[in-house]
Design a binder for this molecule. Structure first.
Ligand SMILES: *Cc1c(COP(=O)(O)O)cnc(C)c1O
Ligand SMILES: [Zn+2]
Length: 427
């Protein structure tokens, strides 16, 4: 697996499996694996470059299929050491791909509709995938404190991963998040700091902290460990294809906060095609935002290549990033694959949460309301093809955003008598 071609840039002290180097997404400049995230030549984002040249397709497929029922079954395709499954981590992934026939009937989808339900992860959101990756990088680079700027779910995932792996954690969130997210982030015993400001303020603060002695020796999962963190989202693509019987879906609807997840799902699908694990045929990626924080869909609809920052105001707080780092790459992918980016109102988000719960027994957080709501809208507008195999992501658990469905409650309050029950008209 040692890559001849990148020997000059590899760092022999760091074993992150097939990861060979960091490479700039904009100019291709390569640097050794390390806790850096921006290109020194052009300030473009750094990404993991791999050496997969030694893999035989059938052998790789067998190795994956006999691996553990979590993301480490894909260790040969991730920046992690080969023995990663033996290390203390939260081991997320291999969540259910639910064939959503009731929802399909309601929405008129005939080509097969699936919900990839990531609420089944250890801290009940997709963020466990990216944090599990970042933790392995933090371990490799010798960090002992894990940190992040978070819209809520990430804070909980970092707290849990740090607790399990024996790291200290100190995480930063906007002070006014949902109670469910605050409790979920605090319960694991790390430090949790509320910042008076929105997510973009929290993120700016963390960038300053990284350059300061106060943040020295800290692994910020979504800042200086971002290239590693981001790769965790590839596992969503791998799992969806493997769970479909090593087939690409035709259409996939993905929520957008920073846009990292969407870009890495595309990267994961491209890798599976190149490795011969799935057939090479077209797929379309659709991005979903809430209207109250829709910088990417606004740019998409206006035909722009740049994303103008917005001040978020939506109940979909986990997606409320007004200045999304990967926004321009999301636009590229939506346009290249023939997809689209769309947004829905908070009212449509709530409706969609209830629709998914009522039809499939899945209680999604607001981000899941965004993807289901956008799916419904794109079907109605004829942008999504109802005759194609479609996968919708639910990335979080409704128990963390109970306020969104406040008012949903008792059908009746009765005395404990049969007469009283009959009077209520429910018999
Ligand atoms: C963080 C998050 C996302 C996606 O975030 P990106 O920054 O776009 O990768 C999606 N859903 C939920 C619930 C999240 O917490
Ligand atoms: Zn560069």
């Amino acid at each position: 697996m040692a890559a001849q071609t990148v020997a000059s840039t590899s760092n022999p002290a760091v074993d992150l499996g097939p990861a060979a180097a960091l490479s700039c997404r904009e100019c291709g400049h390569r640097v050794p694996l390390g806790p850096v995230f921006a290109c020194e030549e052009c300030f473009g984002p750094l990404e993991i470059a791999y050496d997969f040249s030694a893999y035989d397709t059938e052998e790789l497929r067998r190795r994956i299929e006999s691996g553990p029922a979590n993301i480490w079954r894909y260790a040969p395709l991730l920046p992690v050491p080969a023995d990663v499954a033996d290390k203390p981590n939260i081991n997320p992934g291999w969540t259910k791909l639910v064939k959503a026939d009731n929802l399909a009937r309601e929405l008129g989808v005939t080509g097969g509709l699936y919900v990839k339900d990531d609420s089944g992860n250890p801290t009940h959101s997709f963020k466990d995938r990216v944090v599990a990756q970042a933790l392995e990088a933090a371990r490799a680079f010798g960090f002992t404190t894990l940190s992040c700027s978070s819209t809520g779910n990430l804070a909980g995932a970092v707290g849990a991963a740090a607790a399990r792996a024996g790291f200290r954690s100190c995480v930063f969130i906007p002070h006014d998040l949902e109670q469910g997210k605050v409790v979920m982030a605090a319960v694991y015993g790390g430090e949790l700091v509320g910042i008076e400001g929105n997510y973009d303020d929290v993120n700016r603060f963390c960038s300053e902290l990284i350059g300061d002695p106060a943040g020295e020796g800290w692994g910020f999962v979504n800042v200086n460990l971002r290239p590693y963190y981001a790769e965790g989202s590839k596992t969503l693509a791998y799992e969806i294809c493997e769970q479909l019987g090593w087939r690409l879906p035709d259409q996939i609807v993905v929520p957008i906060a920073s846009g990292s997840q969407l870009t890495k799902i595309d990267k994961g699908l491209q890798e599976l095609i190149k490795l011969g694990l799935v057939e090479d045929r077209p797929y379309k990626i659709f991005g979903a935002q809430a209207e109250g924080c829709s910088p990417v869909s606004t740019a998409y609809k206006a035909g722009h290549d740049v994303v103008r920052p917005q001040k978020p105001d939506t109940i979909a707080k986990s997606l409320a990033i007004g200045n999304p780092a990967d926004g321009p790459y999301v636009l590229d992918i939506a346009r290249r694959t023939g997809g689209a980016v769309e947004d829905v109102t908070d009212e449509e988000v709530v409706d969609a949460i209830k629709l998914l719960a009522r039809t499939e027994g899945i209680f999604a957080e607001t981000a899941g309301g965004v993807t289901v709501g956008v799916t419904r809208k794109l079907l109605k507008d004829g942008v999504l093809d109802p005759a194609k195999t479609t996968v919708v992501l639910n990335t979080g658990d409704g128990l963390k955003t109970l306020d969104a469905v406040a008012g949903t409650g008792l059908s009746a309050t009765i005395r404990p008598t049969l007469d009283s029950f009959r009077e209520a008209g429910l018999a």
